[in-house]
Write a protein that binds this ligand. Sequence first.
Ligand code: TA6
Length: 306
Amino acid sequence: MDKPDNESTSSMSGDRVGRTGATVVTARNGMRAVVLTHTSGARAELYVHGAHLTSWRSADGDELLFLSEKAVFEAGSGIRGGIPVIFPQFGPGPLPQHGFARKREWTVEDCGADEQGAAYVRLSLRDTPETRSLWPHSFLAELTVRLDAALNVDLTVTNTGDQTFDFTAALHTYFRAHHIRAVRVHGLSGLSYRDKVSNEAEQVDREDTLTIREVTDRVYFNTPSVLHIDGVGQGRTLLLEKDGFADAVVWNPWAAWARELEDFGDEEYLHMVCVEAAQVGEPIRLTQGERWSGRQVLSLDESVDA
Ligand code: TA6
């Protein structure tokens, strides 16, 4: 289904608060988006282009995802911020940087309220002559987002062809931070990582917690299923629980790299951090008909005061 029954042409702000459900709307640049609302007051926005979440607000209205003021919303481009879906390559590599899924128009298969009381949307992306010219494989990628007190994002990939393929993937999550100096990532201490800035051999993180004080671009391997991130939104502690994604990536471009990015403000590095559920170290191999799933659940740690 590409046009759900509840398709509307209302603007992003036109959704009703207080009910659980999903509405397809016309958003920036005439692009289609899905607004998810939950009875708690939580709200999320997803562009069909890239199956790309661009906003997630907690029940008390705190925006938890970063979206650049210079983000570009047009066919063929990636959106800077939110949660880009990285598939079938976490870059760099032979394919375009971070694959093609984030730059393609997905199909909305279904959306609404489910039996567990969550708002949801399910989207799909299949191979086309264009994707096969980049990556010669038949696949079905499905992204399901469920919103209740938490934001649950599930990526499933099926090999629909007769040739085995390998891929890497990530949910390249940009968290909004009131200020980067308050951001701390817990759960990575003692783990091996590849530093994409220095390109040196793998090293071990010896710090108790990760703070960001300079350009940071690290792929941590075989990370625990739960990471804690302090300093998200107006100073919340957030839990990132993942399953299926073995690795985690932490990225902040800092000042000089920020100036080189056309779709990112010069000072915005002070207000974001990417912490990404990822599968990078060991590509996933799928034979004919096989399926893989990776999931990330984001929630606020309510035991910690904002
Ligand atoms: O996930 C970190 C990273 O791979 C960085 O190396 C940097 O390239 C970042 O993603 C953003 O990539 P993009 O292609 O969106 O500019």
